[in-house]
Write a protein that binds this ligand. Structure first.
Ligand code: HEM
Length: 254
């Protein structure tokens, strides 16, 4: 008899499969691949003359991108809006910066360099609340890491959360201080929300672009306030999230 937790996992996995299959089938039914990422995957052909991706391979690729790309960026935005609602002074400056860069039009990727304070807030949010806070590795052979000998098969995790709150590199490590990013250099390896090395996040530029454009779109005409300051604890699961719902009051101007 599966445990309730295991049953919930199965239901969630089935729901995810249904979403991903629907995305793929709807596109296949249109008869045109399209020019987005799904279109590129559908059109991909083996360079040695083989065929395209099988249905199972296509499903796996879409599922990876869906899981790796969705919750991480959504969590980043949640923490960004939470942080800005706790610092109305900084939110007002970001609002002014976004208005000055855009006026009343919608943001595009090319606008982001004109918003250094917004970008600094995003970096500072990624430092304090790295959505992928722990990256696991398994030793493929005997190795010594930081003086600790490991046997083949040992599991090790890199704790990005702790690295990015290390007081040796970050004065007032627990404080939300976006200004630390403005025109300053940082120690290599002390900031790695997208990982480092061969397995670094392939979606890092897309994530920053998505987050920047969405944040600018929201903050251009609105002020966010989370009454009571919102949850203060963290839920450290596969992704790092707040330990409760974040309910914001949104005041919009025209
Ligand atoms: C704020 C948003 C994001 C954060 C913080 C984040 C973080 C990370 C981290 C830390 C890794 C490295 C894992 C490791 O070293 O084992 C990773 C890998 C990966 N990410 Fe992201 N990610 C984000 C957004 C995205 C997006 C938008 C996509 C794609 C649309 C994406 C796709 C991937 C994939 C496919 C990998 C695996 C790469 C590999 O193993 O070669 N991520 N991500």
């Amino acid at each position: 008899m599966p445990t309730p937790a295991r049953q919930r996992e199965r239901v969630s996995a089935r729901a995810l499969d249904e979403i991903v299959n629907r995305i793929v089938q709807e596109r296949q039914a249109t008869g045109a691949a399209g020019t987005d990422l799904l279109g590129l995957l559908l059109a991909a052909r083996d360079e040695n003359g083989g065929g395209g991706l099988s249905d199972a391979e296509l499903r796996d690729e879409v599922m990876t991108l869906f899981l790796a790309g969705h919750e991480t960026t959504a969590t980043l935005l949640t923490f960004l809006f939470l942080g800005l609602s706790r610092r109305p002074d900084i939110q007002a400056q970001v609002h002014a910066e976004v208005r000055a860069a855009l006026g009343n039009r919608a943001p595009e990727a090319v606008d982001l360099p004109q918003m250094p304070l917004l970008n600094a807030c995003i970096q500072e949010t990624l430092r304090l609340y790295p959505p992928a806070w722990l990256v696991p590795r398994q030793a493929t052979g005997p190795v010594t890491v930081a003086g600790v000998p490991l046997q083949e098969g040992s599991n090790v995790s890199v704790n990005i959360f702790l690295i990015q709150r290390n007081a040796r590199f970050w004065p007032q490590p627990d404080a939300f201080r976006p200004e630390r990013w403005l025109g300053q250099t940082r120690a290599p390896g002390a900031f790695m929300p997208f990982g480092l090395g061969a397995r670094m996040c392939i979606g890092n530029h897309l994530a920053l672009l998505e987050a920047g454009v969405i944040a600018a779109l929201v903050l251009r005409n609105s002020t966010l306030d989370v009454p009571g300051g919102g949850p203060t604890g963290l839920n450290a699961d596969v992704t790092l999230g707040p330990d409760g719902p974040v309910m914001a009051e949104v005041s919009s101007e025209s």
